[in-house]
Design a protein around this ligand. Structure first.
Ligand code: A2P
Length: 354
């Protein structure tokens, strides 16, 4: 056993990348050397890892020489181009982008749900979409005991899910609005699309591009990632899933209104579901209507946990329930889940040290 692993963070200067550094600092992974990689724009910039200055380098195929673990969050096209180069050089990559999520050879992992899928990796492991992850943490304990027939989810997604520049755009729009100026929008709802709309003091029912099937790509991801994580097949009809994804002018932490129909309609009760959530790894029950206690983005931000509350029965359909789920999209939705996967890979001896 060597003294530790050489780890590279790809996209180290971004909203998720900076949190990857922080989560890695706090993790159980012994790090012998760290490489911080970004675009040529950031080359030479200084960041810190465990109190030491580290110079950011431009990411190139050769950057991965000698690297054991890559944590990537620099966008799908960058992952598509560079992660196969890292794998060629013997690294194991945990990718936070959607580039490889639907590849049948790539495990899509939320450790609380399907950690065992890591044993089938071929060098790349995909971190699911932020909205999918928090929904999995909340629903897996219920699925295991009562089964799930259907999930209907509406998301209230924070601006930071679109990256640091999008978050900056929200702040400047808000300032312009308060100063009585016209708001200008260049990023939301999604950078690559034709039209752009302000997010400040607004709601945008479009996350990622709108597809020919009338769903946004984010909604498509929630549907198919859920099936791949819970059932092992992105098209498995056993659990019916539908989604509406909405961007809200909240900086960090996504909210989700989730409606479920369970299989075991006789035994599932609000009290039983509350108990399951209370005991579930990674989930925290915040459900006390008498004292107005329920999850809120402001309180979830900075935590690795997923908060669940407002659990209540559908009054007209036995065996169906509503709930409200909030988690920090940059931590459990991205950086923490990525580092947590890497911790499991190390603990289960699934990374070869060079
Ligand atoms: P840079 O800061 O140099 O642009 P966010 O998700 O917050 O927008 O961050 C995206 C991250 O991906 C940043 O660290 C950004 O670096 C990085 N990035 C963007 N394009 C590339 C590229 N072509 N090669 C490597 N890293 C990139």
């Amino acid at each position: 056993m060597s003294e530790g692993y050489e780890v590279a963070i790809l996209g180290a200067t971004g909203a998720v990348g900076t949190r990857l550094i922080q989560q890695l600092e706090q993790s159980t992974i012994p790090v012998s050397k760290i490489k911080l990689l970004a675009s040529s724009r950031s080359a030479g910039k200084k960041l810190q890892f465990k109190g030491e200055d580290v110079i950011v380098e431009e990411a190139k195929p050769e950057s991965f020489e000698g690297v054991d673990i890559v944590l990537a969050s620099a966008g799908g096209s960058v992952s598509k181009k560079l992660l196969p180069e890292a794998v060629k050089r013997g690294a194991v990559c945990v990718d936070n982008t959607s580039a490889f999520r639907m590849d049948p050879d790539v495990p899509l992992v939320v450790p609380e749900v399907n950690e065992k899928a890591l044993y089938n990796h071929h060098g790349i492991i995909a971190n699911p979409n932020c909205s999918t992850i928090q929904m999995m943490v909340a629903l897996e304990p219920i699925r295991k005991v009562f089964g799930l027939k259907q999930i209907i989810v509406s998301t209230y997604q924070a601006a930071s899910g679109a990256g640091q520049s999008a978050l900056n755009e929200l702040y400047s729009e808000a300032q312009d609005y308060l100063d009585g100026k016209e708001m200008s929008a260049d990023i939301f709802p999604t950078k690559g699309d034709k039209e752009h709309y302000p997010l400040a003091f607004n709601l945008l029912p479009q996350i990622d591009v709108l597809e020919d099937n009338l769903y946004s790509h984010e909604e498509w991801k929630m549907i198919h990632e859920t099936k791949k994580i819970m059932l092992g097949d992105m098209n498995d009809p056993k659990i019916k899933v539908t989604a509406t994804c909405v961007r809200v002018p909240v900086p960090i932490s996504h909210g989700e209104s989730i409606y479920i129909e369970v299989e075991d309609k006789e035994n599932a009760t609000v009290d039983a579901i509350r108990k399951l959530i209370d005991e579930a790894p990674g989930a925290v029950l915040q459900d006390d209507p008498e004292h107005q206690v329920y999850p809120q983005p402001i309180n979830a931000t900075g935590s690795r946990d997923t908060f669940v509350g407002r659990i209540r029965p559908d009054l007209e359909n036995k065996g169906s329930f509503n709930m409200w789920v909030v988690s920090d999209n940059l931590l459990k939705g991205a950086a923490w889940n990525t580092v947590q996967i890497a911790e499991r890979l190390v603990a289960d001896d699934l990374v070869e040290v060079k």
